[in-house]
Design a binder for this molecule. Structure first.
Ligand SMILES: *Cc1c(COP(=O)(O)O)cnc(C)c1O
Length: 451
């Protein structure tokens, strides 16, 4: 079987959609959360048999559902997907097809975003770049070169600057197009120090200088269209929400004081997803309502930039047990994927649900034992969990790691000369290979002695 056109399940649904969601949902938006337990174990097993392990699986129908739910909750806002969460072409095209704008963190992402928009536009190539914004953080010269060149073909794209000197660098490239100023709001939210950007001086211009920079950019003939702030990732609890409200209210104040008319006020992304099995779903309506109230009356459109929220629970990472080792402290379950494939546990101490699909499919009851699931990388941080209760493992068991659709493949590396895994997408119940598995030749390809 080639993988093209393989039918995932007869009725076209790959998950039990009744598992978790609130009873009433806007049409087509699906449950608020898709838990790892809701994925069909047999479908995932068949994909691993066909495409090998480790394997990323991304359900594009779920991406659509997540977009529709968010778009409905923020019905007056423009939604720009933060592409860095997952830049797979099919994922970008799915969201472009839903009408999302695309928020890009690099020139490479801008190129991929425009490709996706072109692909979706098909025979009516009306893509003018208006649905693309590039947020320049210490932008390398090559990025500015590429974006300014693309701007000639896509004159409606927007560049967001986070430092006054980026204006000089744009001007020296003859850019006088749409410009947004990124503001450091002085408040941060987020699940981990490393993802809290709002209060970090790296990002954005100081709040008190933003109005002057808007005036200066306008004087220098840039087409000033918006202001932007992003507090960091992971609005999930009340203190995060309070930070978010604080950020939004400061942005509302700035919009009202702005020396030039603005088209939009972009309050960033960071809408959280529950990584723990028992954590509640984000109450989107409450977040949307709080955002509206905090913003107040402004003569500009609200814009949001979700990344994780749209893709996290649409993806799983499949991996195979290759080593089972009993130790006095824990059962060590060695698997064929590690921090080079899914970095979040090693980098952020992130929790990801883990499910033993073979145990769920098999008839035999298995006892639950505490286990530490580790990868093949020579680093002690190469561990997905520590002494977590899971069904007793057997060699060749297939495990699924949940919420792997966001910042999974994107952060993968070749460390330890590990080729990156393949990605399969599901759409309309049909699975197909979206990105092939790398080989060792892919890892060494750029070395000049290997040509
Ligand atoms: C990463 C990022 C986002 C998206 O963050 P999520 O937590 O994935 O929603 C949005 N805007 C900017 C500028 C970002 O850097």
């Amino acid at each position: 079987m080639s993988g093209e056109g393989a039918q995932a399940v007869p009725d076209g649904s790959v998950a039990d959609h009744d598992a978790d969601g609130p009873a009433e949902e806007p049409a087509g938006s699906g449950p608020a959360v898709r838990r790892l337990a809701a994925w069909d174990a047999a479908v995932l097993r068949d994909l691993a048999v066909e495409h090998g392990s480790p394997l990323y699986v991304l359900d594009l129908d779920r991406v659509r559902e997540n977009y529709r739910r968010l778009d409905a909750a923020f019905d007056e806002a423009e939604v720009y997907y933060a592409t860095k969460a997952n830049t797979l072409g099919r994922c970008l095209a799915t969201l472009a097809d839903e009408g999302a704008g695309l928020e890009c963190a690099s020139a490479g992402e801008v190129v991929r975003a425009l490709d996706a928009l072109e692909q979706v536009a098909g025979e009516t190539p009306l893509v003018d770049g208006s649905r693309v914004q590039y947020t320049a953080v210490s932008p390398p010269a090559a990025d500015l070169d590429t974006v300014c060149e693309l701007w000639e073909a896509y004159p409606e794209l927007t560049v967001t600057v986070g430092a006054a000197d980026t204006l000089d660098r744009l001007e020296s490239r003859d850019y006088d197009g749409r410009l947004c100023v990124r503001v450091n709001p002085g408040v941060g939210a987020g699940h981990h120090e490393k993802v809290r950007t709002g209060a970090d001086a790296k990002f954005g211009v100081p709040y008190d200088e933003a109005a002057d920079l808007l005036a200066e950019a306008d004087d220098r003939n840039f087409d000033v269209v918006g202001i932007h702030a992003h507090a960091g990732s992971g609005i999930s609890d009340e203190s995060d929400l309070a930070n978010h409200e604080e950020l939004v209210s400061r942005m509302g104040d700035l919009a009202r004081e702005a020396p030039v008319p603005l088209e939009f006020v972009d309050v960033g992304g960071g809408f959280g997803v529950p990584y723990h099995e028992d954590a509640p779903a984000l109450d989107l309506d409450a977040v949307a309502q709080a955002t509206r109230e905090a913003l107040g009356e402004v003569d500009a459109t609200l814009r949001i930039e979700p990344g994780r929220y749209l893709v996290a629970d649409a993806g799983v990472l499949l991996t195979t047990v290759n080593t089972v080792k009993e130790t006095p402290e824990t059962v060590v379950t060695g698997v064929d994927t590690g921090m080079t494939t899914l970095l979040r546990p090693a980098m952020y101490d992130a929790y990801h649900a883990i499910r033993n699909l073979s145990a769920d499919i098999g008839d035999a009851e298995r006892e639950t034992v505490g286990q530490t699931v580790v990868g093949p990388i020579c680093e002690s941080s190469d561990s997905f969990c520590s002494n977590r209760p899971l069904p007793r493992p057997e060699r060749t068991d297939l495990l699924a790691i949940g919420n792997a659709g966001a910042y999974g493949y994107e952060m993968a590396s070749h460390y330890n000369s590990r080729p990156r895994p393949a990605t399969v997408t599901l759409a309309d119940g049909t699975a197909s290979l979206a990105r092939r598995r790398e080989t060792l030749a892919d890892v060494t390809r750029l070395e000049v002695d290997h040509q």
